[in-house]
Design a binder for this molecule. Structure first.
Ligand SMILES: NC(=O)c1ccc[n+]([C@@H]2O[C@H](COP(=O)([O-])OP(=O)(O)OC[C@H]3O[C@@H](n4cnc5c(N)ncnc54)[C@H](OP(=O)(O)O)[C@@H]3O)[C@@H](O)[C@H]2O)c1
Length: 231
């Protein structure tokens, strides 16, 4: 699928991986609907950078944990941009929650923002001609996620949801999950210095490949972790 003028909604687009994905899709001439929540300064800086490059782009604020925010955002995107061709569910909560100290608030925070939000966003977007959906999960399994149980459950839930929705959506839209390993951002380099990391461009290039080249892949989980999960 050529991405020129396709309307692509990216959640959590203000910085880090979301920003990298937005820049790579802008390079393809896509029309961008960029979601953010709290990163006002960063999203406005990205908006300016993209508009300076003559990219058609709008920004949309929403709390992914709130279904009303999500339905309002989809309505606003469609009002401004006509429809939504592609959705990238990238926004997520991430922080450690050691077993024994996990609160109900932590549990709800992860499951709401990382699983409930993407589900309702997909459900809303399917009313508006969506053709491709990519969910971003995580390559880590129980071995490395003992300190992150609600996060990990939210991401494995996202993988299961992708498989179920592939059946539900059938030929109308392709839906896949990408599972990155730890991503090499400068601010995380010290923390990850002994880990196996992934260049953010590896992930944006994989997204381009799925969006541009592939029509027969749906309900899949694609790991991009240099085999870290087996080591
Ligand atoms: N970084 C890694 O090493 C790594 C590894 C494996 C998987 N992943 C996955 O890859 C994706 C991107 O990673 P990242 O490190 O770039 O993510 P991130 O910086 O931790 O978060 C991305 C964005 O999610 C948004 N967000 C969080 N909670 C939200 C909420 N309740 N409502 C709306 N937006 C919310 C934030 O938007 P605002 O800033 O605007 O509030 C944030 O900028 C995530 O899904 C993550 O789980 C990352």
């Amino acid at each position: 699928m050529a991405l020129k003028n396709k309307v692509i909604l990216i959640t959590g687009a203000a910085k880090r991986l979301g920003r990298e994905i937005a820049l790579s899709l802008a390079h393809e001439g896509a029309t961008l609907a960029l979601h953010y929540h709290t990163s006002e300064k960063e999203i406005h800086s990205l908006l300016k950078e993209l508009r300076d490059k003559k990219i058609t782009v709008e920004i949309f604020k929403a709390d992914m944990a709130k279904v009303l925010d999500i339905t309002t955002m989809v309505r606003d995107v469609v009002k401004k941009m006509g429809h939504i061709d592609i959705l990238i569910n990238n926004a997520a909560q991430f922080y450690p929650t050691p077993f024994g100290k996990i609160s109900e608030k932590d549990w709800d925070n992860f499951l709401d923002a990382n699983l409930k939000g993407p589900f309702f966003l997909i459900q809303e977007a399917t009313h508006h001609k969506i053709q491709k959906i990519i969910n971003i999960a995580d390559s880590s399994g129980p071995k490395t996620r003992g300190n992150y149980i609600p996060y990990w459950l939210s991401k494995t839930g996202l993988i299961s949801m992708t498989e179920i929705l592939a059946k539900v959506l059938g030929d109308s839209a392709q839906i896949n999950t990408i599972c990155p390993g730890p991503i090499d951002f400068p601010e995380d380099r010290e923390r990850l210095k002994n880990d196996i990391t992934i260049d953010p461009q590896e992930i944006s290039k994989t997204i381009l490949y799925l969006l541009k080249e592939m029509t027969g892949i749906t309900g899949n989980t694609l790991f991009i972790d240099r085999g870290r999960r087996y080591r």
